[in-house]
Design a protein around this ligand. Structure first.
Ligand code: KE4
Length: 438
């Protein structure tokens, strides 16, 4: 029994009798950081509240979606109103087109868009489409990048797969991944070599423009342009997996921040405003292959359901209409990242701290992190001490060294100052551990 959080401990014990690991997504289990996952009762703004009545400043934000803050009044009111008119019809609605237009207004490369129900579905569908369009089989992904749990991309994956050290999951037949090539992120020469070897059989390269699933790793200057140039040269499609970075780095995501026009983009998280949504879209000549227009089949009972569309459209409308939204979000994110970095320095703890747009990350490493291999050099035990020291002070961070943290418009300067102050205590505990590792 975890006497700190007895009700979460009780809920966790019961959940584990019915649900594998007591959770419906592995990274929520706290298995890598240890301790009892907090069962959440409610959330509002920058706060979440667990079933023991503890309040936390939340930097997980449901892994990115809650960019406006939890339970935004306009989003909640819109979803409530929509629910009163029915929750799903299995027939087209105008709000699906409204959300597609709001997405396209921010990401003009998405000339046509298909809604699905998760980021996994979005990237899975994008791969099928890319293979159909190019009539090629091979896909290139990057070690440490995570694109969801479908078979062909669950290879050297990041996020929970990296957290639990199972980047290649059992149950995936070798035949499924034989067409998946993996190269290090931020290594242009490695990608060029793969194209030289498999030039006319690479259907697509799928990349997180700014990986958030090995921790946050910024692209090197010019790297994404080099990836774009190589795919164009060899006739392969470039798929930007912006499930995390879409509407997070900037209104136009990574493709706007870095000025790259991908052929296909995958989205989820923020475009659903906290309800289950995914989307993929891109060049019209490619998207016209999708059924019922073309022969590439993809479908979904609840795809485009009115509640998720309403939550997403309300969220994106606010993002479009709020002047200076992303400038303020980036300023808050830079503020917290520099505060954490300074606090670690004062404690003599070596960290690498990165922030871009509305996301930030911290590696317990004395060396710069630029790919999965360098990320894996981080001191996981130090991270875990830091994580729990912050949690005990009411700061809820992503429970894994191989995840990013997220900022919302609801986080105040006082929230950030309190977080940085709490980190001084946390880094002091890490420094103590580093002096006497036990
Ligand atoms: P979902 O199927 O979980 O909606 O999306 C998969 C996915 C695809 N692409 C990227 C870039 C992603 O970050 C994700 C999912 N992100 C993780 C967080 N690292 C979801 C958290 C979880 O697995 O519970």
């Amino acid at each position: 029994m975890d006497h700190k959080v007895p009700k979460s401990a009780e809920a966790f014990a019961e959940a584990k009798q019915y649900i594998p690991g007591g959770v419906n997504s592995p990274v929520r289990s706290f298995r890598s950081v240890g301790g009892t996952p907090r069962f959440i009762d409610r959330a509002a703004g920058s706060r979440i509240y667990d079933v023991d009545g503890n309040e936390y400043i939340d930097y997980v934000l449901s892994w990115g979606p809650m960019i406006l803050g939890h339970a935004h009044p306009e989003v909640v009111a819109a979803v409530r109103e929509a629910a009163g008119r029915g929750t799903s019809y299995g027939a087209p609605t105008r709000v699906e087109t409204e959300l597609a237009k709001l997405i396209q207004k921010a990401l003009p490369s998405m000339e046509m868009i298909r809604m699905v129900n998760s980021g996994t579905e979005a990237t899975m569908s994008a791969l099928r489409l890319a293979r159909a369009y190019t009539k090629r089989s091979r896909i290139v992904k990057f070690a440490g990048c995570y694109h969801g749990h479908h078979d062909s991309l669950l290879v050297k994956a990041g996020s929970g797969a990296a957290t639990f050290g199972v980047p290649d999951s059992p149950g995936v037949p070798a035949g499924t991944t034989e067409h998946t090539l993996t190269v290090p992120y931020n290594d242009e020469a490695a990608l060029a070599r793969v194209f030289e070897e498999y030039s006319d059989d690479i259907a697509a390269v799928i990349i997180e423009p700014v990986p958030g699933n090995m921790g946050l790793v910024p692209p090197r200057e010019g790297y994404l342009q080099a990836v774009r140039d190589l795919t164009a040269r060899y006739g392969a499609l470039l798929i930007f997996d912006e499930v995390m970075t879409g509407f997070r780095l900037a209104l136009g995501g990574g493709q706007a921040m870095f000025g790259i026009r991908p052929d296909i983009t995958c989205l989820s998280k923020i475009i659903g405003g906290g309800l289950p949504v995914g989307a993929y879209g891109g060049r019209r000549d490619i998207m016209e292959l999708i059924a019922p227009l073309g022969p590439v089949y993809q479908a979904g009972t609840l795809s485009g359901n009115p509640l998720a569309m309403t939550a997403g459209a309300t969220t994106l409308r606010l993002l479009h209409e709020t002047d200076g939204f992303y400038a303020r979000l980036a300023e808050a994110t830079t503020r917290i990242a520099s505060g954490l970095k300074a606090a670690a320095g004062e404690a003599g703890v070596a960290v690498q701290c990165y922030s871009l747009g509305g996301m930030f990350g911290l590696f317990f490493s004395g060396q710069p992190v630029y790919d999965f291999q360098s990320a894996q050099r981080s001191d996981i035990a130090a991270f875990n001490i830091y994580f729990h020291a912050m949690l005990d002070q009411g700061i809820y961070l992503s429970p894994s060294q191989f995840e990013a943290c997220f900022m919302s418009a609801a986080h105040t300067e006082a929230d950030i100052d309190r977080t940085v102050a709490a980190s001084r205590t946390a880094f002091a505990k890490v420094a103590e551990y580093l002096r006497n590792p036990h």
